[in-house]
Design a protein around this ligand. Structure first.
Ligand code: PHE
Length: 360
């Protein structure tokens, strides 16, 4: 290759080596091969040469051009790889960083309602103890809501429930808005083979309305069925749960005998608190928190389980009630009023972690 072309190639290659991004490289390409580039000018100049000279010179210029194109391509591939490496390094995502809050909590950011939050906590806590979630319909049959649970016709317990009845289906009985989540005990035992370990968070309905009662409220039911489930399991499970949920490792828990038609024996569960200050965990007073018991043999039999083989325990509690106690919320009614001032105070950011302690 003639000296002048060699020198031009050396110049262009030096410029290429100096181009440290794709834009700079493109400028080198335009300066060499663009419309008024140096190599383009040489090609244009060929026409003025004598035919003999033109052939030799033309071959040399074309070789130069081809060499430059190859070199440009190599450099381009390299710079793209560098650019990708740089991006990967710069945009690396540190998934261990704590989440950055969005705008202050408000209608824009959205927040988790205290009821939903408690349900999530219940699912997390009981989930850690091996429970899965079961569900059932809000509109129940009389059999599932009462009869199968050993609450016979004309039993006073039916009156206790302040039931909402719906118009009777043709020739049938009146459906009810379920008065508790216990009918899902029945549905679960009828649809799953034991052993069973479920919780049932959901809506429940009773014709009752004041500062601590709402016609629609939420309960969580628990049901454990196995071959050798004892009251020891019931106690251990509920004590662990209550201490973890309220975040008080030595929360006093008391089991007090009681009556439910669908459990035998039945126990009301109380936690320690101070009536004077409202503080949980200390103070020497007791606060009733949930109902529980060993599943009644008749209920097992109603679900086709042999009570000589299977036994278990059940419990049920009000979600509003435990939420009010945990967060010091004095009145039940604002739970359903969608008042943004209340929500800003009591709802939680979707990003804030659970406040659970000593999860078993
Ligand atoms: N269903 C009962 C209620 O609504 C609570 C309960 C559930 C009691 C399971 C014992 C066992 O009051």
């Amino acid at each position: 290759m003639p000296d002048d072309l060699d020198m031009l190639r050396a110049d262009i290659e030096a410029a290429m080596a100096g181009a440290d991004d794709l834009r700079a490289l493109d400028a080198v390409r335009v300066a060499a091969l663009g419309k008024s580039g140096q190599v383009t000018a040489l090609l244009k100049g060929l026409g003025a040469l004598a035919p003999e000279e033109r052939r030799a010179r033309g071959a040399a210029v074309n070789e130069l051009k081809a060499g430059i194109e190859r070199a440009l391509e190599n450099r381009r591939v390299m710079l793209e790889a560098f650019a990708l490496d740089a991006r990967l390094a710069a945009e690396r995502l540190d998934v261990s960083l704590p989440p950055r809050p969005f705008a202050p909590m408000g209608p824009e950011a959205g927040s988790i309602h205290p009821i939903s939050r408690t349900m999530e906590e219940l699912i997390a806590l009981f989930g850690a103890m091996g429970f899965t979630v079961a569900e059932g319909p809000d509109i129940e049959g009389d059999w599932h809501n009462f009869t199968a649970l050993n609450i016979p016709e004309h039993h006073p317990a039916r009156q206790d429930h302040d039931t909402f009845y719906l118009p009777a289906q043709e020739g049938g009985r009146r459906p009810v808005l379920r008065t508790h989540t216990s009918p899902v005990q029945i549905r679960t035992m009828l649809s799953q083979e034991p052993p069973i370990r479920v919780i049932v968070p959901g809506r429940t309905w009773r014709a009752d309305h004041d500062a601590t009662h709402s016609p629609m409220f939420h309960q969580v039911e628990g049901l454990v069925i196995g071959r050798d489930i004892t009251m020891g399991h019931l106690k251990g499970c509920l004590i662990d749960f209550l201490r973890a949920f309220f975040g008080i490792a030595d929360l006093p828990v008391r089991f007090r005998s009681s009556y439910f038609p669908f459990t035998e024996p039945s126990m009301e569960v109380d936690i320690g608190w101070s009536r004077k200050t409202g503080d949980l965990g200390a103070g020497g007073d007791w606060l009733e928190i949930l109902g529980s018991g060993m599943v009644h043999p008749k209920v097992l039999a109603n679900c086709g389980l042999d009570p000589r083989v299977w036994q278990g325990f059940a419990f049920g509690m009000g979600i509003e009630r435990i939420t009010m106690l945990k967060h010091g919320i004095p009145d039940l009614r604002p739970f359903y009023e969608a008042d943004l001032r209340w929500l800003r105070h009591y709802a939680t950011s979707p990003l804030s972690p659970f406040t659970l302690h000593d999860a078993p």
